[in-house]
Design a protein around this ligand. Structure first.
Ligand SMILES: [Zn+2]
Ligand SMILES: [Zn+2]
Length: 425
């Protein structure tokens, strides 16, 4: 194996489209875009071995987490133990199919597809078998699934659900709970060790790059593949290296983002007006909305948890919709504000978006755990699905937004300022 773990003659930054020549990188080195500072590639020390170890330990932890009781619940003399598998099976038995599907995708399906794909990839790098088509599919799954891994959000959801239940029940954390925490930490560690440019370099080698140029790919008549990082001539429709569709700027980016934002605004109304869950206590059923749940937690003195839910379910979606809407506006009517700050705002909205799912997970956990007939039982309300739609639509809106459009306007501004100065002089 070569001394250098990564080298790429030229790559276009996916955030600002600036062309960067990446020198051969050693293990443990990373390379930042010379224009915007975005990390283009990280080559971790002993990455293949560490990914194998953390990935396999993660699968072992999941197997342990599935084998023992997860949480114990006792109220009014009735005791109940549930396993991790029950969390999903109770939802499916009660015909909350979409909620059950969301939980199984977030907890098991996406993480397992991700883990098996990345383990297969790293194993195939070590053995250098000619498995190119399978490797290419696996990298695609790894890249597509990664933003939808939400196990850490689910863990916070469990903690919030525990605080909510403390007022009416005794809760015990069983063996599986601790194995589940290990599963989450190891999954996060595995994800942190994976770099997409490094993966593509291992599967398909360095991309054939056009002759060295400066400025952005668009200015030089080139296209940077946003999927694998290769750079190619501007008339290509598909990437020379990974085969993914390529475009200089995402087609209809602002229009698609705006449409998704409008859809999330429409879904935000029923998400807050209708109850997110119904609680049956001694035969009486009471609905509660998202804000109702926050106020109840506040009145019970659980201030930190009330604030977590308030931020995750109310503040973050509103801020995200407003920020992305403003960024879309900026693509047409840019202000003098620094583009680097707009990019930071965009990256922040992308990062915090998935944390809004906490309340959906809380309702799913409470529904699975608190099932004691007429004594006490919790059911999801109509708002769960509309709120999930808000989160998914805003996440998709952030993904379809092309941040390079902001830099294009930045270039236009600087050119306009330059010619204006020249004219003035
Ligand atoms: Zn950049
Ligand atoms: Zn590509």
């Amino acid at each position: 194996m070569s001394r250098f773990r990564f080298h790429e003659a030229m790559t276009a930054c996916e955030v600002c489209d600036f062309l960067n020549c990446i020198p051969p990188l050693q293990n443990g080195e990373r390379f930042r875009c010379r224009h915007c500072g975005h990390v283009l590639v990280s080559v971790y020390e002993q990455a293949p071995v560490r990914i194998l170890l953390t990935g396999l330990s993660c699968l072992l932890m999941l197997a342990l987490a599935m084998s023992f009781p997860f949480l114990g619940f006792s109220s009014s003399g009735i005791e109940r133990n549930i396993t991790l598998f029950n969390l999903v099976s109770v939802l499916l038995e009660q015909r909350h199919l979409l909620l059950g599907a969301i939980i199984s995708l977030a907890l098991f399906v996406f993480p397992l597809v991700y883990l098996f794909s990345i383990l297969f990839l790293v194993w195939s790098f070590q053995h250098r078998y000619p498995l190119n088509i399978a490797q290419r599919y696996c990298i695609r799954w790894v890249q597509v699934i990664q933003p939808w891994l939400m196990v850490d959000v689910f863990l916070v959801g469990i903690l919030v659900a525990l605080v909510k239940m403390m007022s009416f029940a005794d809760i015990s954390l069983e063996l599986s709970f601790w194995a589940f925490c290990g599963y989450i930490l190891l999954l996060l560690k595995t994800v942190a060790l994976v770099d997409r440019r490094w993966l593509w370099f291992n599967v398909a080698g360095p991309a054939l790059a056009p002759s060295v140029a400066t400025g952005t790919a668009q200015q030089e008549g080139l296209i940077g593949c946003h999927f694998c990082g290769a750079t190619m001539a501007g008339d290509r429709r598909h990437c020379d290296r990974c085969g993914h569709a390529v475009y200089s700027r995402r087609p209809n980016s602002v229009g698609t983002t705006t449409a998704l934002l409008l859809a999330s605004v429409v879904m935000y109304v029923p998400a807050n007006v209708f109850p997110i869950m119904h609680t049956t206590f001694l035969g009486n059923t009471e609905p509660s909305t998202i804000m109702g749940g926050v106020l109840l937690l506040w009145s019970l003195g659980s201030y930190p948890v009330a604030l977590v839910i308030l931020f995750a379910s109310v503040v973050i979606p509103i801020i995200k919709i407003l920020s992305l809407g403003w960024l879309c506006w900026q693509c047409h009517f840019p202000s003098r504000r620094l583009t680097a700050q707009k990019i930071k705002l965009y990256q922040l909205t992308e990062f915090v978006g998935r944390w809004s799912m906490i309340d959906v997970f809380v309702v799913a956990i409470l529904t699975s755990l608190v099932q004691m007939g007429n004594v006490i039982a919790i059911y999801p309300g109509a708002a769960v699905l509309s709120f999930s739609a808000v989160v998914i639509f805003t996440m998709l809106a952030a993904m379809t937004f092309d941040p390079r459009l902001l830099w294009d306007k930045d270039e236009a501004l600087s050119v306009a300022a330059f010619t204006g100065e020249r004219r003035g002089g």
